[in-house]
Design a protein around this ligand. Structure first.
Ligand code: DC
Length: 248
């Protein structure tokens, strides 16, 4: 019964009552729970989940591997013309292919995490990523998560959720997650909080497409909510928005 509730039949599925397959944008800072919520929402409504942060991470991995400075835009731009990044949605998150090779297991390394935030400040790199992401989501039926999905990649997304939480809470959640995913925890929780704070500052203050809620995004603050509560609220937001649109 639970499985039925989690996967409504197509005729009961609010996401399929619009004429075209919907695009759901979930943006927010690191550690707010975007990936978990996006995965749940994608499963619940029968949509594909695409993690755009993984694309920046894959590119950072390649640049680091080639010893290219993450501040050297001309070299990064040249590298981008020789790079293919492909996302394969799955139940446990996306598998990420860099030049045809599955690099999923390498993308949570702290150097790659920091590097992704650094390469993402460059407008030329962003323009390339945005184009790839628009192609991936063009036919709809997706939950796309990132920093600029509702503002830049799909400004006409059917549903926009901006998921946030207090920085300390996000840092501690990310720290806990590191243990769960088998990443060796060699740093103190305080360091994780601090690293997250630095990345946030960079993501929020970059000139091109800074992290901020779209004007028409629904803000969802998970600071004082359990995972189940956030999931329930996100489902509600999607259902309300898509019904509203179907009636318009
Ligand atoms: O969501 P994430 O932690 O995997 O993202 C890694 C970095 O990529 C993040 O610090 C900023 C950048 N990013 C971005 O600029 N725009 C996106 N749509 C997604 C991620």
């Amino acid at each position: 019964m639970i499985a039925e509730q989690m996967n409504p039949a197509p005729e009961d599925n609010p996401a399929t009552t619009t004429t075209r397959r919907p695009i759901i944008a979930i943006d927010g800072p690191a550690g707010a729970g975007k990936s978990t919520i996006a995965r749940h929402i994608a499963q619940y409504f029968g949509l594909l989940n695409l993690e755009t942060g993984a694309m920046y991470r894959a590119f950072a991995l390649k640049a680091l591997g080639e010893n290219i400075s993450l501040e050297d835009l001309p070299s990064l731009a040249a590298l981008s013309t020789k790079t293919t990044i492909h996302l394969e949605p799955g139940e446990e998150g996306n598998r990420v292919f860099l030049d045809g090779v599955d690099v999923t297991g390498k993308l949570r390394d702290p150097a790659v995490t920091d590097g992704a935030s650094r390469v993402s400040v460059h407008p030329q790199i962003r323009a390339w990523m945005v184009r790839l992401q628009q192609e991936l989501g063009a036919s709809g039926g997706v939950v796309m998560e990132g920093r600029d999905i509702g503002t830049v990649v799909f400004p006409h997304a059917d549903v926009k959720i901006f998921l946030d939480a207090a920085p300390e809470v996000r840092g501690l959640r990310r720290y806990d997650q590191m243990g769960q995913t088998g990443t060796e925890v060699t740093v103190a929780a305080a360091e994780v909080v601090q690293e997250m704070h630095a990345r946030d500052e960079r993501d929020r203050n970059r000139i091109d497409s800074p992290l901020k809620p779209a004007e028409d995004a629904v803000l969802l603050d998970s600071t004082h909510l359990t995972l189940d509560e956030v999931v329930a609220r996100a489902e509600e937001i999607v259902t309300e928005k898509i019904h509203l649109q179907a009636r318009a």
